[in-house]
Design a protein around this ligand. Structure first.
Ligand code: PMP
Length: 376
């Protein structure tokens, strides 16, 4: 099998699995219990929070454990909007965000009467600073722009965008950092808040965290519990939260080596694809090396995806969180590609464990599938 779908998820790192299993078996107490077994669980969880905060150069109190990036996005976006609505009801995001960001924005508009501006992206899938500047208003309270797009890998210039937000408004600047953590270096200090997921970096599914500057208030989605500063009620998923520090540490330690390896795979695949007829590449050369989006101009995404699957090759069309809808990729449409090309797109996404041999094998299978399809 060839697994070219690491933007969707990754297997657990063996060290994470070992520690997770150990904690799951031994430390079963509720982290809020006041006896020793409970406090030892709570201490381990707080140590994990401290380590994550230190690695990201922020305060412990600025890290909130969640069930992943979808929850972090939802908690942050709705939490800020509802907490600061007396300041203004204008919020901004881009046209190519993950469905959890899009869902939060559309709910704020339809249920709570917020005014949403969707800033466009250019042909490379990037938000132009000038477009963001034009969209900012006196009553803008939140801007949410993703770091790396999960379908095409386009990378926003968060430093410049943050500067624009700060110079032209009182809005908070949030970024969905799911596809950048452990993959590319980035500077959290330019953001007010950011969302992260563990399972994209060989951590547990249903695990992640939200970074939020200390002075920012949120209205919680799940209230009534004291956990996570009262911002996320419910018994903590402490085994996942405890191994998150190790997950992030391993990912950050090997970031440079892994990036160089994946860059080689990306160049190799790009060069092979450029030689092929009926293949067009949708990811710009400036995109993250981890993601390469392409369209096969002789068949739809669905047909190609199924044919690759029959040959043991796992890739995605669009984001996995949107994989069950039949529509063409909204991200490619927003980048200005036509309906046909957007409905023929597939996403190849790498991890450090992929090899050049797998790239050649993928290309060989792609050529065979296209030849068979043309004969039919
Ligand atoms: N944002 C982006 C950019 C993603 O790629 C994903 C994963 N598909 C998410 C958010 C959601 O992450 P999670 O699965 O942890 O909820």
């Amino acid at each position: 099998m060839i697994f070219f779908d690491s933007a969707s998820t990754t297997p657990l790192h063996p060290e994470v699995l070992k520690t997770y299993t150990h904690i799951l078996g031994k430390y079963y107490a509720n982290s809020d219990s006041l006896y020793d077994l409970g406090t030892s669980v709570s201490n381990l969880m707080e140590q994990s929070r401290e380590i994550i905060a230190k690695m990201l150069h922020v305060k412990d109190s600025e890290i909130l454990f969640t069930s992943g990036a979808s929850e972090s996005n939802s908690l942050l976006i709705k939490g800020i909007a509802l907490a600061y609505q007396t300041r203004g009801k204008h919020i901004i995001t881009s046209t190519v965000e993950h469905s959890s960001v899009m869902g939060a924005f559309s709910q704020l508009a339809s249920v709570f009467g917020f005014d949403v501006t969707y800033v466009p992206v250019n042909q490379r899938g990037i938000v132009e600073p000038e477009e963001l500047k034009k969209a900012l208003r006196k009553d803008t309270i939140l801007v949410s722009i993703m770091a790396v797009n999960n379908e095409v890998g386009s990378m926003n210039d968060l430093v410049t965008l943050s500067k624009i937000v700060k110079e032209n408004s009182r809005a908070f600047f949030h970024s969905d950092c799911t596809q950048i953590l452990g993959k590319h270096p980035f500077d959290l200090s330019v953001l007010d808040c950011a969302s992260f997921s563990a399972h994209k970096i060989h951590g547990c599914k249903g695990s992640g965290f939200l970074y939020k500057k200390e002075n920012i208030s949120l209205i919680p989605l799940i209230n009534g519990g004291q956990q996570e500063q009262g911002l996320r009620g419910g018994t903590s998923n402490h085994p996942a939260n405890i191994v998150l520090a190790k997950t992030v540490r391993i990912a950050l330690e090997s970031l440079q080596d892994h990036l160089e390896h994946v860059q080689k795979l990306n160049h190799l695949l790009r060069n092979e694809l450029l030689k092929m007829e009926d293949i067009v590449i949708n990811s710009d050369e400036s995109a993250s090396a981890y993601i390469l989006n392409l369209s096969c101009t002789c068949m739809t995404s669905e047909i190609l995806l199924n044919a690759l699957n029959e040959r043991g090759i796992c890739v995605s069309a669009k984001s996995t969180c949107h994989s069950k809808t039949k529509e063409a990729s909204e991200v490619l449409l927003a980048m200005g590609f036509d309906q046909k090309r957007a409905s023929q797109a597939i996403r190849v996404s790498f991890s450090e464990s992929n090899t050049p041999e797998e790239v050649y094998e993928f290309v060989k299978n792609l050529k065979e599938i296209m030849n068979e399809y043309r004969i039919k």
